[in-house]
Ligand binder design. Structure first.
Ligand SMILES: *Cc1c(COP(=O)(O)O)cnc(C)c1O
Length: 360
């Protein structure tokens, strides 16, 4: 078996220990004589998997009692509609547009009410996070929306925006569980798990209880109401059962590592190795303003398209895969999520240094 170093932005690398454990339980989970994929979601064994996953996530993130944890489907993209349908009570919301995913969320919300762009970094191809300390927040805004880590552009909010007392909603798909978080500062945190937690098909939404009501926009389907899923404990219909099971294993893996503080320390180390190299390289350079750099997604370029392509090809041949950048940024992107080991980043940097020597 030859595992590569997989720098995919998502679906992405998972902890090897989790995959090994899941493989061992594939045919017989805990003496049930069946695998988790084959199990009724109403069974005792599955209820235990779900309850344990939620409890472990709550303890990892320190989620306060007055927040619900929902395991949903439809990808992060479905939340672009669910958020306004459920939370836009005054039909007004303020969006901070820092990239593709924030823009999509804003466009979707515009179908349901007045969605204002109160800040944007489009002027410099989303290469930075705008100053959000004193924004023109709307008086009657139901919430302020951010995409906390911008997967494509490689930027991250280092401090949360001043929402002037309004509820904050954050898409954390690509930085979920990468560092400690004060959940009480948000009204809602959500993310697709396929970036940093588990297999595609699961969305985790953490929502303050008072926001989960029957007062939703007219025509909101049953399946798109948070209340439906909150009342049913994420078992209104068949949940993405196997995906949740893997998420649960990743939560345990994080606990064994020492929790989110320990994870953050590792992530900072990894990112520093790569950014330090980029800052000193004469061939490669990062594309993001240093103050806004993501710990998870690191875009970089050589400034020459042919050289970029040559590098991506050579890297792949050497076992460093999925380094091609998003077409909107070009160049390369190394996604160095939780499950990417430090050795993977060190080996990549060694490879880049050797490539630089040969190609300058
Ligand atoms: C990948 C991604 C999305 C889209 O996720 P889907 O699950 O494919 O809908 C949304 N937001 C962010 C920040 C992402 O990284």
């Amino acid at each position: 078996m030859a595992r590569v170093y997989n720098f995919s932005a998502g679906p992405a690398v998972l902890p090897e220990a989790v995959l090994t454990e899941a493989a061992a339980e594939m045919l017989d989970y805990g003496g049930t004589g069946m695998g988790v994929m084959e199990m009724s979601h109403r069974s005792k064994a599955y209820q235990n998997i779900l309850d344990t996953a939620e409890a472990d996530l709550r303890s990892l993130m320190g989620i306060p009692e007055n927040y619900k944890v929902l395991f949903l489907q439809g990808g992060a993209s479905q939340q672009f509609a669910m958020v306004p349908m459920n939370l836009m009570k005054n039909k007004v919301a303020d969006y901070i547009v820092t990239g593709v995913w924030a823009k999509k969320a804003w466009q979707e919300a515009s179908m349901y009410g007045q969605a204002n762009v109160v800040a944007s970094s489009a002027d410099r191809n989303f290469s930075y996070i705008p100053d959000c300390s004193d924004l023109p927040i709307s008086e009657n805004a139901d919430y302020v929306y951010i995409c906390e880590n911008n997967t494509i552009y490689g930027t991250k909010f280092k401090s949360l925006p001043n929402t002037k007392g309004k509820d904050l909603v954050a898409d954390v798909s690509s930085c979920f569980l990468s560092e400690p978080v004060d959940v009480s500062k948000y009204a809602m945190i959500y993310g697709g798990v396929q970036k940093n937690i588990g297999p595609a098909g699961v969305v985790i939404a953490i929502i303050r209880e008072d926001l989960i009501t029957e007062d939703v926009l007219p025509g909101t389907p049953t399946m798109l109401r948070y209340k439906t899923h909150a009342d049913a404990g994420s078992l209104y219909n068949t949940p993405p059962a196997y995906g949740i099971y893997i998420c649960g294993k990743v939560f345990k893996w994080l606990q064994q590592l020492g929790g989110l503080e320990a994870m953050q320390a590792v992530n900072e180390k990894k990112a520093a190795i790569l950014y330090d190299f980029l800052d000193n390289s004469k061939l490669f350079q990062g594309t993001v303003e240093p103050a806004s750099r993501s710990l998870m997604n690191v875009p970089f370029i050589t400034g020459d398209k042919d050289m970029d392509a040559k590098f991506v090809k050579a890297a792949e041949a050497a076992g460093f895969v999925n380094l091609k950048g998003h077409r909107l940024v070009g160049g390369m992107r190394a996604s160095i999520y939780n499950a990417m080991p430090i050795e993977g980043v060190s080996a990549l940097v060694d490879f880049m240094a050797a490539f630089e020597k040969e190609n300058r």
